[in-house]
Design a protein around this ligand. Structure first.
Ligand code: GLN
Length: 475
């Protein structure tokens, strides 16, 4: 059984058996899966594992299977953003992160389900249907990287990659009881990530433990000239795996515990903060007054960028093409027939926010608010090493519960979008449960201070049992 192996477990198994056998056993587990976490499986996975066995490929992740979100380009392997408009699209090149993973010996096992074009918090807007939360099949896995989190939680991959524009790594990590990191903006190249809102998003890893997050970050992080927002700054994530938070100063922003936060969630997060105090850290409340404007600014900016980024999908270059007597008719029919409802809604709203006469009122105003939100973080990090808050205000909701009312789903992003506006790194770690469902503790750090984030999260994991809880078992 391949269930819930960490990278070091996988490596031990490879020594005892072979990389081929390890990959084969994951493929077998995936075959029996009932959660709909993968959109496709790589034909090349077993061959890649065999190359490791033959010693043709070596590296820090040699033979370790990894699942990849369906919006990250993989050469020769379908990449559709879980959208009908990219049906049949097979990228001719690898994203930067995939090149790095392959060079490190990792085995790309398959692509994972997501909200269409990463727009959502539940994976329900995928053209492949929803992924089921391994803890409760009636509930969503979170989104938009729901597949990536669910396959790790279900033992169908030891590690995965997602992308986080406004919470899409942290939300599903919290809902599925795994660890998920959104790196500092610019720390991981976006080359080959199909853009939703490029000024906000970063690729980030998910895993069952912080050690594995650090191992993947050391492979995928770092400068890439092909991403103009990539920043040349060396971060040694694995060196930060130190169990010590003595003297750590934690800020607890009041605004993240506002109305609508579920009581079980609030309790689990406070228990975690008190645990840090026991471990030698100190905490104090901090006010981040512009948090209340973050959600509106985020959605205005994200939809505006989406309306521009998604203009390239028009039936000319990729995917299906509808009939039409001229280009305009063909393109608009292709878009109307192949983009889902949520994507169309966002393109329309984004186009509106950017249109002449409204731009100053909406888009430019949102950019000003973005600066204010960033200043809240600057002020907080002048006094604190990290901030802590619930990742999500509530545990995984029921499938269908928020489909008819998109606004109610947008509102659940209240605690995750400010970090994308500010570009700061953040990690979600399991910290207990509410009504039997996992709760995520969000730890937020200053720009490029992933080291402190990793050390804090690692210490928590070493001194508690929360990350040992698995679906179907009571921790
Ligand atoms: N739920 C947010 C949105 O729909 C965030 C999604 C994401 O991070 N990709 O925009």
């Amino acid at each position: 059984m391949t269930k819930w192996l960490s990278i070091s477990d996988v490596k031990e198994k490879i020594v005892a058996t072979s990389a081929e056998e390890v990959t084969a056993s994951y493929l077998e587990t995936i075959e029996k899966s009932s959660i709909n976490g993968y959109t496709c499986i790589s034909d090349g996975a077993l061959d890649a594992a065999k190359m490791v066995d033959k010693g043709e490929v070596a590296g820090p992740l040699a033979g370790v299977p990894i699942a990849i979100k369906d919006n990250i380009s993989t050469k020769g392997l379908a990449t559709t953003c879980s959208s009908k408009i990219l049906e049949g699209y097979v990228p001719p090149y690898d994203a930067h992160v995939i090149e790095r993973l392959k060079a490190a010996g990792a085995v790309i096992i398959g692509k994972t389900n997501m909200d269409e074009f990463a727009m959502g918090t539940s994976t329900e807007s995928s053209c492949y249907g929803v992924t089921l939360n391994p803890w409760d099949h009636e509930r969503v896995p979170g989104g938009s990287s729901g597949g990536s989190a669910a396959v790790v939680a279900a033992g169908e991959a030891p590690i995965s990659l997602g992308s986080d524009t406004g919470g899409s790594v942290r939300c599903p990590a919290a809902f599925c009881g795994v660890v998920g990191l959104k790196p500092t903006y610019g720390a991981v190249s976006r080359y080959g990530l199909i853009s939703y809102a490029n000024s906000l998003e970063q690729i980030g890893p998910m895993a069952t433990c912080v050690e594995d997050i650090a191992a993947v970050m050391d492979v995928i992080g770092g400068y890439d000239a092909r991403d103009s927002t990539s920043i040349d700054k060396k971060i040694d994530h694995q060196a930060a795996l130190v169990d010590d938070v003595k003297g750590l100063k934690i800020g607890v922003p009041d605004e993240y515990f506002g109305e609508g936060v579920d009581t079980g969630t609030e309790k689990a997060v406070w228990d975690a903060i008190n645990k840090f105090e026991e471990m030698g850290a100190s905490w104090e409340k901090v006010s981040m007054p512009n948090t209340k404007y973050a959600l509106a600014a985020y959605y205005t900016i994200a939809m505006s960028e989406a309306s521009s980024n998604l203009a390239r999908f028009d039936g000319t270059r990729y995917g299906p093409r509808s009939d039409g007597e001229n280009w305009h008719v063909m393109a608009s029919r292709t878009r109307a027939e192949n983009f889902g409802k949520e994507v169309q809604r966002r393109i329309l709203l984004g186009t509106y926010a950017l249109s002449a006469g409204y731009q100053d009122k909406y888009y430019l105003k949102a950019l000003q608010v973005r600066t204010l939100v960033k200043q809240d973080f600057e002020r907080a990090f002048a006094n604190f090493d990290v901030l802590m808050a619930p990742t999500m205000p509530l545990p995984a909701f029921k499938i269908g519960e928020k489909v008819e009312d998109p606004l109610s789903q947008y509102l659940t992003d209240v605690n995750t979008v400010p970090m994308n506006l500010a570009g700061v790194p953040c990690i979600s770690v399991p910290c207990g449960s509410s009504d039997g469902l996992p709760v995520g503790l969000q730890i937020i750090g200053n720009h490029f201070d992933e080291a402190t984030l990793i050390r804090t999260a690692y210490s928590f994991e070493k001194n508690t049992d929360h990350n040992k809880a698995r679906p179907g078992e009571v921790a």
